[in-house]
Design a binder for this molecule. Structure first.
Ligand code: PLP
Length: 384
């Protein structure tokens, strides 16, 4: 039996989601913009999905826009808001050094298009200090974007405090909540944000569908030109079966979040504690205020890619904190931003748990790891 500990990359699709999508594909083929009964059936399916997503984040159904991914939701938040700003007024955007590429690369593109951009630093736990936002923000800042929880280390940011500062300076606030949906409660009212992005495949829904919650009254220009779908903010016929799947996944996520924070959290804590005690020279990266499914651990003297492959051969799927880009092992930008040395950043493995993990999964992982780490350390000591 293989063990899957890479739920921050993606999650298995829940059987109830598969069933609902199958039914929608077969029986709900109408175009939701059509006036006839076929269209209205599809429209009703969209409405159901919208209500479920709104309920997951404590927003209103009319504030939910469906997108083709979490990446697209982030793009729509940043680009759509930038496009809505009156030329000659605000010209500044702020994010953090540890954002997902969906935000970081969008910010870079907006910078090339003439926007001034700033990236807030994080401390050694991966947390943004609100004081750094106070220092960076000006009356020219249009938007501040800070992720709710980080995908590599799980650290949760002080979003409501940061959003308050943004608002005090007349800026809007976006949060990428792709890694919190289903793992941690989300309440747009308590968070005090203006925009919030989620992605279905991170909480047992299908890939290729996401949503952006946009506070009522927030001006946003569609990045896609075409029809008037999604209140003129996202042109293109909606992907009805995927949205049906997103809706069912959102209902399950709301129901399962307590289990994720308690039972999955206990498994994660056990995994982390047992690795730290069974394998010498290991360190946890991140804050104690983390999503409860994630632990990112550095194994001194071990090339993380080699450990990932060795674990995969042993039937255990994890991921590294580093991305492999164009043939060179680039250390993770998140771990680097936290001040980790290149070595420690390249020694890091992310274990991210999900609803189906069991005590037996943790026991086998803890049993397997020490021998693999010993072997890899011995190899690197002999220089082979
Ligand atoms: N934001 C974060 C924090 C993520 O972890 C991811 C996916 O890894 C995304 C955005 C992108 O979501 P999607 O895969 O739906 O494009």
């Amino acid at each position: 039996m293989r063990i899957y500990l890479d739920h921050n990359a993606t999650t298995p699709v829940d059987p109830a989601v598969v069933e609902a999508m199958d039914d929608a594909l077969r029986n709900c083929f109408g175009n939701p913009s059509s006036v006839h009964a076929y269209g209205q059936t599809a429209k009703a399916a969209l409405d159901d999905g919208r209500a479920a997503v709104a309920d997951l984040v404590n927003g209103q159904p009319s504030e939910i826009l469906f997108t083709g991914s979490g990446t697209e939701a982030d793009n729509l938040a940043l680009r759509g808001l930038a496009a809505a700003v009156q030329p000659g007024t605000k010209n500044h955007l702020i994010a953090t050094t540890i954002e997902h590429e969906a935000v970081l690369n969008t910010l870079k593109a907006l910078n090339r298009a003439g926007w001034t951009t700033s990236l807030l630093p994080v401390d050694e736990t991966g947390t943004v200090d609100p004081v750094s936002l106070e220092q960076a923000i000006t009356d020219k800042t249009a938007l501040v974007s800070v992720m709710h929880a980080n995908n590599e280390i799980g650290t949760i940011q002080p979003i409501s405090e940061l959003a308050t500062i943004a608002h005090q300076h007349g800026a809007l606030f976006h949060t990428d909540a792709v890694q919190t949906a289903g793992k941690h409660p989300i309440d747009v009212v308590a968070l005090g944000v203006d925009l919030l992005a989620i992605s279905a495949h991170k909480f047992n829904g299908p890939k290729g569908v996401g949503a952006l919650w946009v506070r009522r009254g927030t001006r946003l220009v569609s990045e896609m030109t075409g029809g008037g779908q999604e209140k003129n903010r996202r042109a293109g016929t909606e992907n009805v079966p995927a949205i049906v799947g997103l809706g069912v996944a959102a209902k399950l996520a709301k129901k399962n979040v307590a289990y994720q924070t308690s039972a999955t959290g206990k498994l994660r804590d056990a995994l982390e504690a047992e690795i730290l005690s069974a394998v010498p020279n290991t360190f946890v990266n991140g804050s104690s205020n983390r999503v409860t499914n994630t632990t990112n651990i550095s194994f001194t003297g071990v090339e993380a890619e080699s450990l990932l492959i060795a674990l995969d051969l042993a039937g255990i799927a994890v991921s590294t904190g580093s991305a492999c880009s164009s043939g060179t092992l680039e250390p993770s930008h998140v771990l680097k931003a936290m001040g980790l040395s290149t070595h420690r950043a390249q020694n890091s493995i992310r274990f991210s748990l999900g609803l189906n993990n069991t005590n037996a999964d943790i026991a086998r992982t803890v049993q397997t790891l020490p021998t693999l780490v010993d072997k890899l350390r011995a190899l690197s000591n002999t220089g082979s």
